[in-house]
Design a protein around this ligand. Structure first.
Ligand code: CAA
Length: 386
């Protein structure tokens, strides 16, 4: 597999790095401190075409290769994991759901606006009692004339309070039938929607996470995404792709932590010399850099499989598992290098340490990734996957 980047990909990476250094880096700590959602940044990213990378050109998208999209997430995350998360959910879950499964009228209305960055989208699968066990949804949608009426509570909705629309998953089968889940596009302006609370999280304060109630919310039947009853398979298919995005986010975050560790080690003196001269510090840097490079290669490999139109479920989970565990290890090491200062808010490594923690949890915990990988291995052994 060829991991070398094309000239276009290198230029894109440079452009996003410059944008992130200039437009995001000077403000990121203030935004996190003030729990500010930087809407203005998403407008700018939209104008640069970076919110429509997974949409087709007829809907104002650029339909870029997946590796290019992954490079953008990595570079954004190197400066702000919160910004990268919003872009990731919007592009690889909301836009991709519409692009691949939405009806034409819905695409014209929502996909075009989302690709331009005029609206932001969210993904509403999890519930208070259905996280890892995604099929245990309690939210219900029953058909009444030309509408589905939705009732239930959704939780852990990234960008939930800010997004203009959601891809929402609900049970559409009657009580006694086998549980069938369907996907819908729900516009925030539809009646019966109430933000119940914003989670008080350990980090990611510039990325609001909402719990949302839907009470007799009428959604036009034409807003059905994909076939009725195929919602869970659609959700899991979309998550395969978006997990590569979370892997890229973890790589960018870990990269930033390593750079901070190196900078501090070259500045800080102890026992009459720079601490970078000590092997104990050098070994930490070497371990961190090696883990990051391995994560990056797994992530790029999974993205290239998408681009080559080959199966990528297992590789996406491997990349997500390894890169998110790496982000935790690397931020731990980089904080250790900072000593007591690393434990204080005035050094950004303290924020990165908190941010890394959730990457092994959202979009499927590390344990869920292992289940996905193992199931694929066993299927391969049975010759079900070629
Ligand atoms: N692609 C396409 N279809 C798939 C698929 C895939 N990768 N994986 C499974 N399917 C299909 C199956 O074939 C099956 O279809 P049929 O109904 O036709 O048989 C259906 O989907 C259900 O699959 P399973 O029977 O394997 O499902 P399961 O109940 O055993 O669950 C699981 C498997 C791996 C545990 C899965 O539930 C899972 O991944 N859970 C974690 C969910 C998750 O990642 N949630 C995060 C939500 S988003 C978030 O974090 C918030 C945010 O905004 C960032």
């Amino acid at each position: 597999m060829d991991f070398s980047l094309t000239e276009e990909q290198k230029l894109l990476k440079e452009m996003v790095r410059e944008f992130a250094e200039k437009e995001i880096a000077p403000y990121v700590d203030k935004w996190e401190e003030e729990h500010h959602f930087p809407r203005e940044i998403f407008r700018k990213l939209g104008k640069l075409g970076l919110l429509g990378m997974t949409a087709n050109p007829e809907y104002s998208g650029t339909k870029s290769d997946y590796l290019s999209f992954i490079l953008v997430l990595e570079e954004l995350s190197r400066v702000s994991a919160s910004v990268a998360l919003t872009v990731s959910v919007h592009s690889s879950l909301f836009i991709k759901a519409l692009q691949e499964y939405g009806q034409e009228e819905l695409k014209k209305k929502y996909l075009t606006a989302a690709a331009r960055g005029e609206i932001l989208g969210a993904f509403s699968l999890s519930e208070p009692g259905a996280g890892s066990d995604a099929s245990n949804l309690q939210t219900k949608a029953y058909q009444k004339g030309d509408y589905y009426i939705i009732n239930g509570i959704k939780s852990w909705v990234t960008t939930g309070s800010e997004a203009e629309a959601f891809i929402l998953f609900a049970v559409t089968s009657a009580e006694k039938e086998k549980k069938k889940i369907s996907a819908f596009l729900v516009d925030k302006k539809m009646p019966g929607i109430q933000i119940l609370k914003l989670e008080k999280k350990m980090g990611f304060h510039s990325s609001p996470t909402a719990q949302i109630a839907f009470e007799d919310c009428p959604v036009p039947a034409t807003n059905l995404i994909g076939e009725e009853g195929r919602g869970l398979a659609i959700a899991l298919r979309l998550l395969d792709g978006s997990r590569i995005g979370i892997a890229a986010q973890a790589v960018g975050l870990a990269q930033q932590a390593l750079e901070l560790g190196i900078r501090y080690a070259k500045e800080r003196e102890a026992f009459g010399q720079k601490i970078a001269n000590f092997e104990a510090i050098q070994f930490m840097l070497a371990d961190a850099a090696t883990l990051i490079e391995a994560s990056r290669l797994l992530t790029y490999q999974a993205a290239l499989l998408v681009d080559y139109n080959l199966p990528y479920t297992k590789e996406a989970s491997m990349a997500k598992l390894f890169a998110s565990e790496t982000a935790n290890k690397v931020t731990y090491l980089a904080l250790q290098i900072h000593g007591g200062y690393g434990y204080c808010r005035e050094y950004p490594i303290e924020r990165l340490f908190r941010e890394a923690r959730v990457t092994t949890i959202y979009e499927g915990t590390s344990e869920i990734q292992r289940i996905v990988i193992a199931r694929q291995l066993l299927k391969e052994a049975e010759g079900q996957i070629c």
